[in-house]
Design a protein around this ligand. Structure first.
Ligand code: SF4
Ligand code: SF4
Length: 110
């Protein structure tokens, strides 16, 4: 095969059927405001932990919404519960309680 110097990009299609949605359903029951998130990213832009680490709060709640929890288990421990994300959220998502709910879901479901 001729080497053109580029490769085919890996498929990034989301397969919701393979995600474990038990986590999201539990998080939803503990903090229903998660449903009004519009993924604007303001929470991530102001996050204190994000200034010093690779922590990305929007990515964390997006992954749990997709049923992908493996990569966020250790990430959530980086949150300092300062509440800045909650102050700037245009949809009024109760982010601190959402983080507690995500931790609780991981604790209960493994
Ligand atoms: S700031 Fe609020 S609406 Fe925007 S991504 Fe974060 S939680 Fe969602
Ligand atoms: S409460 Fe956690 S996620 Fe929100 S801004 Fe503070 S460190 Fe970031």
């Amino acid at each position: 095969m001729i080497d053109f110097g580029y490769t085919i990009t890996k498929d990034r299609q989301l397969d919701y059927d393979r995600g474990d949605m038990r986590y999201y359903r539990l998080v939803q029951s503990l903090e229903p405001s998660v449903d009004v998130c519009m993924e604007c990213g303001s929470c991530t832009a102001t996050c204190s932990a994000g200034q010093f680490t690779e922590f990305n709060i929007r990515k964390a709640h997006t992954l749990i919404r997709r049923g992908n929890t493996e990569s966020i288990k250790a990430e959530l421990r980086k949150c300092m519960f300062c509440g800045k994300c909650q102050l700037v959220c245009p949809r009024g998502v109760n982010l601190r309680n959402l983080i507690l709910a995500m931790n609780r879901a991981i604790e209960l479901l493994g």
